[in-house]
Design a protein around this ligand. Structure first.
Ligand code: TXA
Ligand code: MG
Length: 362
């Protein structure tokens, strides 16, 4: 074996396609305190045993994530709620709401804030008495969790503040050898993170818009308090209801500007700058092309991408991070991105674009 074969072998050992064998290996690594990156329907997660504080500390270290930003606890079935949450502390109404949501929307991209039980260490929840609990809609993820301790703490598997990974390759590029095993389950179906919903209070609140649209939640329980990205918590770390909601987050390395459909069509363009244009739908791209260039071709210095030709929110969400990763690798100086419509998954898409456009992590 040559030196480079040996290096390849080492790399391959850390990177496995999802199979029963690979999942067993992943579960063993988790049980012995290691870190395993795994696919979910939203984005790839960086998992550690949710009952092991040392393993969880490594997540923060590897991601360079501030300790005030709590993790989501992933479970494999509704019964495992009891392993992580203290349901005896819920009012009757909250208890009813929890099961209405869980029965219809789990497995799925919804993380529900609940009082944590004593087995979940404080480091997982950044000292909060509550934990965000989620049952992912991905069979490999659920098998991995079930084969391990039954609860896996996992943030998205990217360096803190960077674009979230929707393919195993993104994890490899972002975190590489710092992870003990990367399980490759192909591209993520939804492509934006779960909705984080706080039901512990009388007033039910979306703390982070995500893969479960507000409309789906409101069909099952009372009205949910509005989420306004611009109002988000200017009060500093201590005041954050969801401490992960920093203004700048999910950011590509290239400066990003977000614009409405009307604004992007009219935007004055500079052909000398290597620029990427990220359109939500094909119709807007076509209107822009004909307004800016008439019958001419756009310059080669421009990269032009469309999230969904037909303007389908699910397709657009599933391609958002992936397309931003691609653009980010093209050595350009700026990105202009069109906002999505505000309904359904559009709320989550726009939230990620707006956070990606903010410059300062506060
Ligand atoms: O789709 C997802 O949610 C992905 C996959 C891997 O499951 N995970 C993910 O985790 O996005 P992360 O760590 O990147 O985001 C967790 C979010 C943060 O905004 C955090 O502040 C919030 O959940 N969160 C966690 N526990 C909380 C708690 N007890 N109270 C309020 N917010 C909480
Ligand atoms: Mg994240």
């Amino acid at each position: 074996m040559t030196g480079s074969d040996f290096i390849l072998l080492l790399i391959n050992m850390d990177y496995l396609r999802v199979t029963d064998e690979a999942l067993k290996k992943g579960a063993e690594i988790l049980k012995s305190g290691g870190l395993v990156a795994f696919p979910t329907e939203t984005v790839y997660g960086l998992g550690a045993d949710a009952f092991n504080p040392k393993a969880i500390a490594r997540i923060f270290e590897v991601k360079n994530r501030p300790f005030f930003d709590p993790l989501i606890i992933h479970i494999a079935n509704i019964d495992a709620l009891e392993k992580t949450a203290d349901l005896s502390r819920l009012s009757k109404k909250t208890h009813d709401n929890l099961f209405k949501l869980a029965e219809k929307l789990w497995p799925g991209p919804l993380s529900i804030i609940l009082p944590k039980n004593d087995k979940i260490p404080g480091i997982a929840t950044s000292g909060l008495p509550t934990a965000a609990i989620r049952l992912p809609d991905n069979e490999a993820a659920r098998k991995l969790i079930a084969l391990s301790s039954g609860a896996v703490a996992a943030p998205s598997a990217n360096p803190f503040g960077a674009l979230s990974p929707t393919r195993a390759e993104h994890v490899k590029t972002g975190l590489g050898e710092k992870v003990d095993l990367i399980l490759d389950g192909g591209p993520c179906k939804i492509g934006v993170e779960s909705t984080v919903l706080d039901i512990t209070d009388d007033c039910i609140k979306i703390l982070r818009p995500g893969g479960t649209p507000r409309e789906a939640i409101e069909k099952l329980i009372d009205a949910v308090e509005g989420y306004d990205n611009n109002e988000q918590r200017d009060s500093g770390e201590q005041g954050l209801a969801s401490p992960g909601l920093l203004k700048s987050h999910y950011a590509p390395e290239t400066p990003l500007t977000v614009l409405s459909r009307e604004e992007i069509i009219k935007l004055p363009i500079n052909e000398d700058q290597k620029t990427a244009f990220l359109f939500y739908d094909g119709n807007t791209r076509d209107r822009w092309l004909s307004k800016q260039f008439g019958a001419q071709e756009p310059p080669d210095s421009f990269i032009i991408k469309v999230l969904s030709q037909t303007g389908d929110l699910l397709e657009a969400a599933s391609r958002l991070f992936e397309t931003l990763h691609e653009i980010d690798n093209c050595n350009i100086t700026q990105i202009f991105a069109q906002l999505a419509p505000r309904n359904g998954l559009g709320e989550a898409i726009n939230d990620r674009l707006q956070r990606g456009a903010k410059k300062d992590v506060e």
